[in-house]
Design a protein around this ligand. Structure first.
Ligand code: ADP
Length: 408
């Protein structure tokens, strides 16, 4: 196919304009130095002038004299940008671009059209087939460089963004896998703790009861040391029983969870206080309560939660008696329930630690316990989608609060 006359003329103009404008172009090349530009044009004069112009600016220029050759070079060289003539015999610029964009290897390379056309619809076609920009013939050297520079920068930024995105996606996948593995191992550990403590209960019960029989039957018949030692052994066995029972309760939060149902917390508190009747009477506790809400929850776990918190409030009293208050209030999308006491209080530095398994602030001699109660509370509250925290002042008292989301 013969090239139209106007195009031939514009090729020569292009050469002239490039030489004219070269003096105005900054000699300090942009950061896109040593980038490869593929120039696709069927006019050898254009190719020669453009090539040397770009090379003087520090670019590597690769040329192709038609659409097919351009596609082949692009696949082979993988240039950073393609300057593509629109009017070419054989495969024209638009079709060449279409094919470049349809191939994964060349799809992302920015294409800048070189066009002598002034018709807007042709420019729009250029964008429609995947071009990022166009320069109009006769070419202006400074403009060509500015556009190349802009699109190389944009392309570089896009590539960096894509790389970062890929890296982030890989990190998300890795984190999800770690979380799943952690969940699996947590569940396994929980089951192990459950089975171990459950199976230990029976032999331990045997040890404890026979030790008690020995203590009762042979008290005073052996020497004083023997009575003392048997006493220690009975005490140790009882402590071990308490520990195993609490550990069992802890692992049951995950392994023996029941589906949520509407729970009237007033009713649950009645049962908890009923279970604590002796402790309340012995400690001279004055328990007051406000109205409590109906919540979606696991009934036996909520009972345990109330019971642990109230029993701690009674246990860690300061003087001869203690005042305990149970109340509830709305906090945004959740209910906040609180158990307050005027007991010994807790120093702020221990606010987080006390919710960790086996963490106690007092010796067994001062206050009995296993250090598991609050860890159970935390696990229960978290299973219900809430949070537990404490506010306290030493010598004044403590308030343990937990939230439970209100569900439709
Ligand atoms: P335990 O009661 O068996 O020691 P918990 O896990 O229930 O274990 O509590 C952990 C620690 O938190 C307790 O040993 C105690 O030091 C502190 N604590 C818990 N509740 C209160 C409270 N109401 N007042 C003061 N200290 C408390």
């Amino acid at each position: 196919m013969q090239k139209p006359l106007t195009c031939l003329r514009s090729g020569i103009d292009c050469v002239l304009r490039l030489f004219e404008s070269h003096a105005m172009v900054s000699e300090t090349p942009s950061e896109s130095k040593a980038k490869t530009i593929l120039i696709v044009d069927d006019m050898p004069a254009n190719l020669g002038v453009l090539t040397s112009h770009l090379e003087r600016q520090g670019y590597m220029a690769v040329v192709a004299q038609g659409g097919e050759e351009g596609i082949e070079r692009a696949r082979f060289v993988r240039p950073d940008l393609i300057l593509l003539d629109v009017m070419m015999p054989g495969l024209d610029g638009f079709e060449t671009c279409r094919q470049l964009k349809a191939t994964p290897a060349t799809r992302d390379i920015p294409v800048v059209f070189m066009t002598g056309l002034t018709d807007t619809s042709d420019k729009l076609t250029g964008f429609a087939v995947g071009g990022v920009d166009y320069v109009t013939k006769p070419l202006d050297g400074a403009e060509v460089l500015a556009r190349i520079d802009t699109h190389l920068t944009l392309y570089g930024l896009r590539q960096r963004l894509e790389e970062q995105n890929e890296k982030m996606q890989a990190e998300i996948v890795a984190r999800r896998e770690t979380e799943a593995a952690l969940l699996r191992s947590n569940t396994e550990l929980e089951q192990l703790a459950y089975v171990a403590s459950h199976d230990m209960q029976e032999p331990l019960r045997m040890v404890a009861s026979y030790l008690q029989i020995v203590a009762q039957r042979y008290k005073g018949q052996l020497d004083a040391d023997a009575d003392e030692f048997i006493g220690y052994a009975v005490d140790g066995a009882k402590r071990m029983q308490a520990l195993i029972n609490d550990l069992l309760a802890y692992s049951r939060v995950g392994t023996k969870a029941r589906p949520f149902e509407p729970i009237d917390c007033n009713r649950v508190l009645d049962i908890a206080l009923g279970n604590l009747t002796v402790a309340i009477a012995e400690s001279g506790a004055n328990v007051t309560r406000g109205p409590l809400p109906v919540l979606m929850g696991d009934p036996s776990q909520l009972l345990q939660l109330f019971q642990n918190l109230v029993s701690n409030a009674i246990k860690f009293k300061r003087g001869a008696s203690v005042t305990v208050r149970i109340s509830a209030e709305l906090a945004g999308d959740a209910w906040r329930l609180s158990v307050s006491d005027d007991g010994i209080g807790i120093a702020e530095e221990y606010f987080d630690r006390i919710f960790v398994l086996f963490q106690r602030l007092h010796g067994r001699g001062e206050y009995p316990g296993t250090g598991i109660g609050l860890a159970i509370c935390k696990k229960i509250v978290e299973r219900h989608g809430g949070e537990i925290s404490v506010q306290s002042k030493v010598g004044v008292g403590s308030t343990f609060s937990f939230t439970i989301p209100r569900r439709g």
